[in-house]
Design a binder for this molecule. Structure first.
Ligand SMILES: NC(=O)c1ccc[n+]([C@@H]2O[C@H](COP(=O)([O-])OP(=O)(O)OC[C@H]3O[C@@H](n4cnc5c(N)ncnc54)[C@H](OP(=O)(O)O)[C@@H]3O)[C@@H](O)[C@H]2O)c1
Length: 319
């Protein structure tokens, strides 16, 4: 597993990270023992970055990470996120006040059973927070106290440009953003900005919550408690079919599945530090961990994948 450095933080992070939202619950088929095994399996295969949030299963995701790595703390990089105190359209003083940032971080540390986070992130970043300083003062206080090592923000939904100004500010170490074969908007303005200011990029939703992994097709049967049933509706799955078929045509000898090709696509961008994938199934962990060490995609394949960007205009059920 290759590593890359997260911005100017000096933190070495595995190219493939583990997205820990699904293990928190709400993705159907919950099984804590399987999920702890998959975290440990990913670690054994070289994964050194685990991305969680206080909001994933009301802290359950953090608790499972704490259990999985209780005796390996110094050998894992853990990033968490602070949820908003109120509607994110408000001012940063309302949504991410100083005391909230401190208190939420302390609670995450307890659930993780650790005394420091490698990375703490603002979960619902909005551009208008850039001028306000309370959240940032709290993050710096936590840094001074040794409770966090690096500061990041997560760009909202499909709005990468809302994180360009904070990238240029020199205040943060990383930005988490949606980037995948369909959604390539982050490469327009955000990626050039992070490259010139040496800010790390954590790619999320590289597999489009499983759609770009190729196994969710029209007629898919969803588990009752899987939130995706209201997002990846049958109508949307039908409209995605020609796009998925076109991408499948681009699979190569080294990247024979849609999932492998789509993960390698994200890693091919030099602005990207790590790609986090949700992967509870042991077969997915094994397949995904092999991607980092594989050969680069050819320029011809990359150019063809750039052509597969798709303005689907979908929004999440909670937007
Ligand atoms: N900051 C934010 O606001 C925010 C929002 C969304 C997500 N995130 C973070 O980003 C992470 C990743 O995004 P995501 O989990 O939404 O979606 P994702 O990684 O794009 O997709 C996860 C889905 O893909 C499936 N999968 C993974 N590898 C596969 C393979 N090789 N073959 C077939 N299927 C495969 C997984 O199945 P199995 O689980 O069955 O293996 C799961 O259903 C989250 O876990 C979370 O940490 C952050």
């Amino acid at each position: 597993m290759r590593t890359r450095t997260l911005g100017t933080s000096g933190i070495e992070i595995s190219e493939l990270g583990y997205g820990c939202w699904p293990i928190g619950g709400g993705w159907g088929d919950a099984d804590d023992e399987r999920d702890i095994r998959s975290l440990c399996d990913a670690h054994a295969r070289g994964v050194r970055f685990f991305d969680t949030a206080m909001g994933y299963g009301n802290g359950h995701s953090e608790e499972l990470i704490g259990q999985a790595f209780a005796d390996k703390r110094s050998d894992v990089i853990i990033g968490s996120k602070i949820g908003p105190k109120s509607d994110p359209s408000g001012s940063a003083e309302e949504v991410y006040p100083y005391d909230w940032v401190i208190e939420c971080t302390e609670q995450s540390l307890k659930r993780l059973g650790t005394d420091y986070l490698d990375l703490q992130q603002i979960h619902c970043w909005r551009d208008h927070f850039t001028e306000e300083s309370g959240w940032y003062a709290a993050m710096n206080k936590l840094k001074e106290q040794g409770k966090i090592r690096a500061i990041g923000v997560s760009a909202e939904c499909w709005e990468p440009n809302g994180a360009v100004r904070i990238a240029e500010s020199g205040q943060i170490d990383s930005i988490q953003v949606i980037y995948n074969v369909f959604d390539q908007q982050a490469s327009d303005k955000l990626f050039p900005a992070v490259r010139s200011h040496n800010v790390g990029i954590i790619v999320r939703v590289a597999l489009f919550e499983g759609l770009l992994a190729g196994k969710i097709r029209p007629g898919h049967t969803w588990h009752a408690d899987d939130w995706r049933k209201d997002f990846l509706t049958d109508e949307r799955l039908r409209s995605a079919e020609p796009h998925l078929s076109a991408i499948e045509q681009l699979c190569t000898n080294n990247y024979q599945t849609l999932a492998a090709l789509c993960l390698k696509f994200c890693l091919s961008n030099p602005a990207v530090t790590t790609v986090i994938a949700g992967m509870r199934n042991p077969r997915h962990v094994e397949a995904n961990c092999a991607i980092s060490d594989g050969p680069a995609l050819s320029e011809e394949t990359l150019q063809a994948l750039y052509q597969q960007a798709w303005d689907h205009k979908w929004v999440y059920p909670w937007s």
